[in-house]
Design a protein around this ligand. Structure first.
Ligand SMILES: [Zn+2]
Length: 358
């Protein structure tokens, strides 16, 4: 029963999204990425001052949860609240990644690191990355590696680097985004990707005229299972943070605030650049999916999985790719009843409160 808003794959989820959007009389737009892969946009103007944006699937495989969020919203919450705010839904910004259970797009670009204006002027966006990682992990020479080597090096060498540098330096350097290794993780790309340009257009086109806009970017993975980590660009004492605190009041959500400083080229950067409204808010939701003893262990499990997936993806002969794809799906989208229940309860609360306080 609780599985209702979750689907086997990208195609089923997209069809359901389009069906529910039409049922609620949303205007529809479809942007083709390739063959049968599209970014689907639903827009409904019901309030002239306020706009709520829900974005899903920036990191492809995280689209399972993001799409579930949007479909639950369309089915249960839109009609009841429709006069309170206009709504813009962007379904699966990275359809290639969603359809193939990977975080990055076909060109191996992390779309949440790609919203950068000055690619040409910056030779090395992340010198710390070069210092700590480059030529260290065999992942960066995928053709010379095997599965065992990736595991082995990942643990041993990473451990050694943790001793040499502060662990926070290692973590920040790996997640910040880099433009040195096109076959490695968190690659920013060397130009704006097609998906990035499409997002810019959507934001420019639909955010005009509104006084207040809130941008909710839905991710999964990087938090402990049954917790939602929430991030925003604003400092502790801002009105934006107050809004988030009201939304999560009396729930077990982990609330953090430093996201924008941890990496470059985020989709939030695109939102701030392309939305011209006076009042702007952003919220990133991370639905935690990994259960380990500690937060660090949960995150390092995910990081290792990403490194392995990436390494296999970039090899010519993709041995064991099926297996890793299945593990990626399991890691970003836990298919068990308890999780569905957690998801539905928490998401419903979030949506109700965003209508109440925004
Ligand atoms: Zn993500």
């Amino acid at each position: 029963m609780n599985r209702k808003y979750f689907y086997k794959n990208y195609f089923e989820a997209r069809n359901k999204f389009i069906e529910l959007s039409k049922k609620n009389k949303f205007e529809q737009e479809n942007y083709k990425i390739e063959k049968n892969l599209t970014i689907d946009v639903s827009f409904k103007k019901t309030n002239k001052d306020k706009l709520i944006i829900f974005l899903s699937g920036v990191h492809g495989v995280e689209g399972y949860l993001g799409s579930g969020f949007q479909n639950l919203f369309l089915d249960k919450f839109f009609q009841k609240n429709k006069n309170k705010s206009s709504v813009l839904l962007i379904h699966s910004l990275n359809p290639y990644g969603y359809a193939n259970n990977r975080r990055y797009n076909k060109n191996n670009v992390d779309l949440n690191r790609n919203n950068i204006e000055n690619f040409k002027n910056v030779k090395n966006i992340n010198p710390k990355y070069t210092e700590i990682f480059r030529n260290l992990l065999p992942v960066y020479n995928p053709k010379n590696t095997n599965f065992f080597t990736v595991y082995f090096y990942y643990y041993i060498k990473l451990f050694l680097q943790m001793i040499k540098y502060a662990p926070s330096d290692v973590i920040n350097a790996s997640g910040f985004g880099q433009n040195i290794d096109s076959k490695s993780v968190c690659y920013c790309g060397n130009k704006k990707e097609k998906e990035t340009l499409i997002l810019e257009n959507i934001l420019k086109k639909h955010t005009k005229e509104f006084k207040k806009v809130i941008f909710v970017d839905i991710h999964s993975g990087s938090a402990r299972k049954y917790e939602i980590a929430t991030y925003t660009n604003y400092p502790e004492d801002s009105k934006e943070i107050k809004l988030i605190k009201k939304i999560w009041k009396n729930t077990k959500s982990r609330f953090t605030k430093a996201r924008a400083m941890n990496h470059i080229g985020s989709v939030e950067d695109s939102f701030y650049k392309n939305c011209k409204s006076k009042e702007k808010y952003d919220i990133t939701l991370e639905y935690g999916t990994i259960l380990r003893f500690s937060m660090i262990m949960s995150l390092s499990y995910l990081a290792r999985l990403l490194v392995i997936e990436n390494s296999i993806y970039n090899r010519k002969k993709k041995r064991k790719y099926k297996k890793i794809k299945r593990r990626m799906k399991e890691a970003y989208f836990p298919e068990d009843e308890t999780y569905y229940l957690f998801f539905k309860k928490r998401t419903s609360k979030f949506i109700k409160r965003i209508y109440k306080y925004f």
